[in-house]
Design a protein around this ligand. Structure first.
Ligand SMILES: Nc1ncnc2c1ncn2[C@@H]1O[C@H](COP(=O)(O)OP(=O)(O)O)[C@@H](O)[C@H]1O
Ligand SMILES: [Mg+2]
Length: 167
């Protein structure tokens, strides 16, 4: 089931990640797709913040994965843009990461969609033509995460509304 959300600015992208991760189970997989500069890494930053990870989150472009182990739950941040073959992924122990506790966020996930499990939750980010800061977020979550998605979107809408009424 696909659901979409319109985001107005960078802060909202970060807020969305924060709200999402604060209710994610410890083994959740979030697969991110969207053009360069659409906000995959900033959404991941929000996800990290929701887990109480305050590191400067950067795309792990040259080493495939960054690990953040000092939050409420481990966060494994993959970026598979430069992956040469699926073998390379398994050499770094991808299947072990999937089996073990920890939230997995994968940028450019569609490049490895064949090896992603059934309970993967997909998020596609689209730039809005003619708008620098707006994004359309398309969620395609697994059936096991319907409730998480609903709660995330409800809470996001409530907080954004509160924000604008306070300013
Ligand atoms: N609503 C928004 N969400 C995310 N990023 C935004 C938004 N509006 C503007 N930006 C800018 O777009 C860029 C997104 O970069 P990044 O998160 O690294 O994208 P990606 O990882 O998809 O390549 C940043 O420079 C950020 O400041
Ligand atoms: Mg990135």
């Amino acid at each position: 089931m696909k659901q979409t959300l319109l985001i107005n600015n960078l802060n909202e992208t970060i807020l969305l990640g924060k709200i999402l991760s604060s209710s994610l189970p410890k083994k959740a997989i979030i697969a991110l797709d969207g053009d360069l500069g659409c906000g995959k890494t900033h959404l991941t930053k929000g996800i990290a913040l929701g887990l109480n990870i305050n590191d400067n989150i950067k795309s792990p472009t040259f080493n495939l994965i960054n690990e953040y182990l000092d939050g409420n739950t481990p966060l494994y941040h993959f970026d598979v843009y430069r992956l040469n073959s699926i073998d390379e992924l398994f050499l770094i122990g991808f299947d072990e990461y999937l089996k073990n506790p920890g939230i997995k966020v994968i940028e450019w996930a569609s490049l490895i969609k064949d090896v992603l499990p059934e309970d993967t939750n997909y998020i596609n980010i689209f730039k809005v033509p003619g708008e620098n800061n707006k994004r359309t977020i398309e969620f395609n979550f697994s059936k096991y995460f319907k409730e998480v998605l609903k709660n995330t979107i409800d809470k996001f809408k409530k907080e954004v509304k509160n924000d604008s009424s306070n300013s």
